[in-house]
Design a protein around this ligand. Structure first.
Ligand code: HEM
Length: 413
């Protein structure tokens, strides 16, 4: 009976330097789909020594949709993030909606959802289409380059700035803070915890100032921008300036790295599957963006904490245990996906869990992300249809949380 190598830990960033551990996930799905994984070093601030790895599609959905049994509040969203945080930072994390449980979560979610209605997202389409075109045009002028920095990084940042109405002259500051905030395990970025924390504080204070200005003088603003809609409406159902600040932090974390890596992995998948690129160029199937997200699964996992003793996939879980939802594994579950190892942009239906397992925390920005992915590949197909790989294998991000690509050398002509 095959077993995981001794000490194998799905939250160890070293494992992700070359690959996502898909064979190990497959082994668990087949032999022990909910498995206790020991973390010999533990996690700073917590006295437990491991977590349950949930690897099957059905079980990830089950945990995601039962917030009363699996809390988001008792811990930070990401298993290893806690190791980098002190108590104070963990307390701040709890103010972010991703880490809230109902009913607090329900209240905030109902308010912020107003900024993400299909109409609100459609309203961004023209501006984002123009941006996507300009980004690809300017990359093409250089002839060749790094697809990640030339193309994948820019649109997600612009989309969030557009969404919350950051004036042009402030955008480079916002982008700089956002990029520095996600403190990586990857030593190459050399972003110290202090710089990361300072950037987060500066972004919060910038967002709070935006919110405060609208609260004090709503008449000065058109009233139809998202900030006004979230903070300055009459009566109940508003975010406080603090809450808006934390929401913007969440957007900067949740909306950037994720979409950036979906785009980078999507491009790499197209470049290594020329038949699929040909299909996209000629037919532009509307199903492509969802398959790109399944294939990339930019968020490897999130976690929950059991609120009481329970059973899951044959395992007996004890109140207080940490439970890791491995979306990368769920999205390759052959029980749900025919030939999961095949990149097929016409896959339909495609019930992947790249945006979460369908519970109350299901990705708020899904429609925006799908739009961005679609627009960027439309622009590449229109303006650089002959794009090809121009270098060695892509360089991967050292992270157990984000399935990331740091560099992807391409020839645009
Ligand atoms: C939550 C993935 C893009 C905003 C999530 C979750 C995942 C996810 C896995 C957690 C779901 C859960 O716990 O059940 C992704 C991926 C993206 C993407 C793969 C791109 C391909 C975006 C964008 C935005 C965004 C563009 C906004 C600009 C959020 C927010 C939450 C969230 C606010 C928290 C929702 C809550 O706690 O209620 N996302 N996301 N995401 N995402 Fe996304």
């Amino acid at each position: 009976c095959p077993a995981l190598p001794d000490g194998f830990d799905f939250t160890d960033p070293d494992i992700y330097q070359d690959r996502v551990p898909l064979p190990e996930f497959a082994l668990l799905r087949e032999t022990a789909p909910v498995s206790w994984i020991r973390q010999p070093r533990g996690v700073a601030g917590f006295d437990d020594e491991g977590y349950w790895a949930v690897t099957r599609h059905a079980d990830v959905k089950e945990v995601s949709t039962r917030p009363e049994l699996y809390s988001s509040n008792l811990n930070t969203a990401v298993i290893r993030f806690a190791a980098h945080m002190n108590r104070e930072q963990i307390d701040i994390q709890k103010l972010i909606m991703l880490n809230m449980d109902p009913p607090e979560h329900t209240r905030v979610r109902q308010i912020v959802q107003r900024g993400f209605t299909p109409r609100a997202v459609r309203a961004l389409e023209t501006a984002l289409r123009e941006r996507a075109t300009r980004i690809v045009q300017s990359a093409r002028e250089d002839g060749s380059g790094d697809f990640v920095t030339d193309i994948a990084v820019e649109l997600p940042l612009q989309a969030i700035a557009e969404l919350i109405g950051v004036p042009q002259q402030d955008r480079s500051r916002i982008f700089d803070w956002s990029n520095k905030m996600v403190a990586y395990d990857d030593p190459e970025y050399a972003i110290t915890e202090e710089v990361g924390t300072r950037s987060a504080a500066e972004l919060v204070s910038y967002a709070m100032t935006m919110a405060q200005a609208r609260k004090e003088c709503p008449a000065r603003y058109a009233g139809d921008d998202i900030v006004s809609r979230l903070v300055a409406a009459e009566g109940e159902g508003n975010l406080s300036a603090d809450e808006f600040g934390f929401f913007v932090i969440l957007l900067a974390v949740a909306g950037n790295e994720t979409t950036r890596n979906a785009i980078s992995h999507g491009m790499h998948a197209f470049l290594t599957h020329p038949g699929q690129w040909e299909l996209f160029r000629t037919q532009r199937p509307a199903t492509a963006a969802e398959e790109i997200v399944r294939w990339a699964t930019p968020v490897v996992s999130f976690q929950r904490t059991a609120t009481r003793d329970t059973e899951l996939g044959g395992a007996r879980i004890t109140a207080g245990d940490r439970v890791g939802l491995f979306y990368s594994s769920a999205n390759n579950d052959p029980e749900v996906f025919a030939d999961p190892g095949t990149f097929d942009i016409t896959r339909d239906p495609n019930p992947h869990l790249g945006f979460g397992g369908g519970g109350p925390h299901f990705c708020l920005g899904k429609s925006l992300a799908v739009l961005e992915i679609d627009l960027i590949f439309q622009a590449v197909a229109d303006l650089a249809p002959g794009i090809r790989l121009a270098g060695p294998a892509p360089r991967r991000l050292r992270s157990a949380w984000i399935n990331g690509i740091k560099e992807l050398r391409v020839d645009y002509r």
